[in-house]
Design a protein around this ligand. Structure first.
Ligand code: 5GP
Length: 182
């Protein structure tokens, strides 16, 4: 049976890198593309990293019940489209959603068979350093993101698995172990 995996982790924890490395080794898995109202970062591509929507477009998707889940995160909205997930699972693809912990718990309540995985930083201090080192956000958004960390860690208590991202290589190995067990 093809499965839905939901991977969450605090911003800057390096979950994107872990997932990218995992996907390079396992092309049989597909990463879902979410919608967001946040601005495009340098190098990001519409339809690849996200579908970038205006607030009005996002609202209209909410009104038309097009989202499996959506959440406000750090002043922006992010959502997973129902039809995207359905199409992938109908096509027999193993799908990975990279979403925040609130969204992950919402998916679990709608699709209990989804497997929830949380990627933890080795330490909060380390996470703060990584976040600042990325130089993609101003001080205020960094502070907002750091404030979400506590809530994310609390939510992660309800997850099926937790992975410590001490090195990318170890985290990818842990992901492989989980996928094999599932
Ligand atoms: P970023 O702005 O760094 O790309 O993402 C910020 C946060 O939004 C991350 O924790 C990411 O996992 C989360 N996110 C991305 N897409 C979605 C989505 O479709 N739904 C939810 N709930 N969170 C998402």
């Amino acid at each position: 049976m093809k499965k839905l995996y939901v991977i969450s982790g605090s911003s800057g924890v390096g979950k994107g890198t872990v997932i990218k490395e995992f996907l390079k080794k396992h092309p049989e898995f597909k990463l879902s593309v979410s919608c967001t109202t946040r601005n495009k970062r340098e190098g990001e591509i519409h339809g690849v990293n996200y579908f970038y929507l205006t607030v009005e477009e996002f609202d209209s998707c909410i009104k038309n019940d097009e989202f499996l889940e959506w959440a406000e995160f750090s002043g922006n909205r992010y959502g997973t489209k129902k039809d995207f997930v359905k199409k992938c699972l109908d096509n027999g693809e193993n799908l990975i959603l990279e979403i925040d912990t609130k969204g992950a718990l919402n998916v679990k309540s709608l699709m209990p068979e989804a497997v929830l995985i949380f990627i933890e930083p080795p330490s909060i201090k380390d996470l703060e350093t990584r976040l600042r080192g990325r130089h993609t956000e101003d001080e205020e958004s960094i502070r907002k993101r750091l404030a979400s960390i506590k809530a994310e860690i609390k939510n992660s208590e309800k997850f099926d698995y937790k992975i410590m991202n001490d090195t990318v290589e170890n985290a990818v190995k842990s992901l492989e172990t989980i996928m094999t067990a599932e």
